[in-house]
Write a protein that binds this ligand. Structure first.
Ligand SMILES: [Zn+2]
Length: 306
């Protein structure tokens, strides 16, 4: 009996050792290769792990490629997967788009089937809670797969980044307002010129939703909607600073917005000798494409293996 116990003990030890080897091999693997290879979501209940730019998710669902008021674009990328709340949000916004006078929405990337870092493009979009919506109003909602690969969106912002093009319409403003008014939305990223235009007519009643519209580089061909962590997501990290903190409780139509069309485009010249650095330069921040599995929340190793 004692001998059997020893043998079993040895087996257990051997099993543990081999699991550890497998785990450590997995933990050193490039995360975007593993998540990029997953073709379907997991069948677990929806759950998000980590943050928008360092995370993954269980139970993401696919936005139907074509619906009555939307089409998913660039289907070859297989990035039309989102948290059920995101899918519901997009379908709802596409119906509002119809009320605003569009035929619906062209929907760009959401997330990979299990989220995670991507093989190309975006740093975020890793939890099924980010989605890109094209600025191009759909002319047709019966585009073929190949048309959806080849058609391009339009830029609503001028090349010099200071103004808007003739593609910008009051309907775009109404659509962005509708998106930012949804209480599930944490923030909506747009080119600064877009927000500056929306600030022009802002009233105090607009503060709550206008605060959620945030300027960022790019985002002239599409806008990017980020949802808050859904209720019942204890492993999802909300973004900080919040939009309220970023705008000091105001609507964000302030100097920090003007910065995008002044100092950001024309950095002020420093006079005299450059200041001596007093501290060593911070380590270069890695792009999520460089993350290995060990950089992600531990649950993501399970998500990618399910
Ligand atoms: Zn995006």
């Amino acid at each position: 009996m004692k001998k059997l116990g020893l043998v079993l003990g040895g087996l257990v030890l051997a099993a543990c050792a081999s699991t550890t080897v497998v785990d450590s091999a997995l933990s050193q693997s490039l995360a975007n290769q593993l998540f990029g290879a997953a073709s379907r979501g997991t069948s677990e209940p929806a759950q998000t792990y980590g943050s928008y730019a360092r995370g993954c998710a269980d139970g993401l669902v696919q936005l139907p490629e074509t619906g009555p008021t939307w089409q998913a674009m660039r289907l070859s990328r297989n990035r039309n997967w989102g948290h059920p709340q995101m899918i519901d949000f997009i379908e709802g916004l596409s119906r509002q788009a119809v009320q605003i006078g569009w035929r619906g929405l062209y929907v760009g990337d959401i997330s990979q089937p299990r989220g995670g870092p991507m093989t190309s493009g975006h740093a975020s979009h890793q939890m099924g809670l980010d989605a890109d919506i094209w600025m191009l109003p759909p002319e047709s909602l019966t585009l073929s797969r190949s048309e959806r690969e080849n058609i391009s969106s339009v830029s609503v912002r001028t090349e010099d980044q200071r103004g808007l093009t003739s593609h910008w319409t009051p309907r775009h403003a109404a659509l962005l307002r509708a998106a930012a008014s949804d209480l599930r939305v944490d923030r909506v990223f747009v080119a600064a010129a877009v927000k500056i235009e929306m600030c022009r007519t802002a009233t105090p009643e607009d503060t709550a939703w206008l605060q959620r519209i945030r300027p960022i580089a790019g985002h002239n061909y599409h806008f990017h909607v980020r949802l808050r962590c859904p209720a019942g997501s204890p492993h999802c990290e909300t973004q900080s600073p919040t939009v309220a903190e970023l705008s000091n409780g105001g609507n964000g139509c302030d100097d920090s917005l003007r910065w995008w069309v002044t100092d950001y485009l024309n950095p002020p010249r420093t006079t005299g000798r450059p200041a001596q650095p007093t501290e060593p330069a911070p380590p270069r921040r890695r792009h999520p494409r460089e993350f290995i599995m060990a950089d992600l929340p531990r649950q993501c190793s399970e998500v990618v293996q399910r």
